[in-house]
Design a protein around this ligand. Structure first.
Ligand SMILES: *Cc1c(COP(=O)(O)O)cnc(C)c1O
Length: 217
């Protein structure tokens, strides 16, 4: 089923939209099936799980960190990931920058926006996004390339729309600032149940797990 699911989603996505296969809990074999059907980017939530998948699959795919990253895991993370979608503090950005400098890499990063402004959740509060981007733009080995958001959990995708709209507005505001060292290119919003709404609201990167791999155990 994985192959059929990937082919169907890829064929239905508008031109220019990047599909990230959210691979948490999936085996390297399942990921390989998705690759065989044409999927080229995978999102991982945990460094350890990403390491296991990376050992088998390696650079046959691109790897995005989509889970919360602790600063003390930055060193391992930068060796695996091609993008970190969940940059939400200057502390984490500096840890990524430092680890990348040592291996002569520039890491593309997205700022995770806590668009629901939920205190317990990861991501930077909307009103703090601009100052965080400005601070990170001073660092030489991490390059901000857009924004990512989850939005509050809900079974109804329409509930996510206002949070996608809000994140899109922040994205546009920062883009218009035309900051040196910042390239506002990617807007990562939408999961299996909400990606259609996200696309309507300007997402150009969607993160889909269940609709590709089936329900998680
Ligand atoms: C699991 C996950 C997804 C995909 O969720 P599905 O509902 O399975 O499509 C997207 N983004 C993040 C950050 C995730 O952790």
């Amino acid at each position: 089923m994985i192959k059929e699911n990937v082919r169907k989603i890829l064929s239905e996505l508008p031109e220019g939209i990047q599909l990230v296969g959210a691979a948490k809990t999936r085996t390297p074999e399942e990921i390989q099936e998705a690759i065989d059907a044409g999927l080229s980017i995978f999102g991982e939530n945990y460094v350890q799980e990403a390491e296991r998948a990376f050992q088998v699959i390696g650079q046959k795919a691109k790897w995005h960190m989509i889970g919360h990253l602790q600063s003390n895991k930055a060193k391992k993370a930068v060796r695996i990931f091609d993008m970190i979608e969940t940059v939400d503090s200057i502390k984490l950005a500096k840890a990524i920058d430092k680890a990348c400098r040592k291996i002569e890499k520039v890491m593309p990063g997205l700022i995770e926006i806590n668009s629901g402004e939920e205190p317990q959740k990861a991501g930077v509060m909307p009103e703090d996004a601009v100052s965080l981007v400005k601070e990170i733009s001073e660092l030489g080995n991490i390059r901000i390339m857009g924004l990512m958001t989850m939005g509050p959990f809900s079974g109804d995708p329409e509930d996510a729309r206002p949070y996608f709209i809000k994140t899109r507005e922040i994205f546009e505001d920062i883009r218009k600032m035309d900051l040196a060292g910042v390239e506002m290119k990617y807007l990562s919003m939408g999961m299996s149940n909400s990606y259609r709404v996200a696309l309507e609201e300007g997402a150009n990167m969607v993160r889909i797990g269940t609709k590709i791999f089936g329900e998680r155990q």
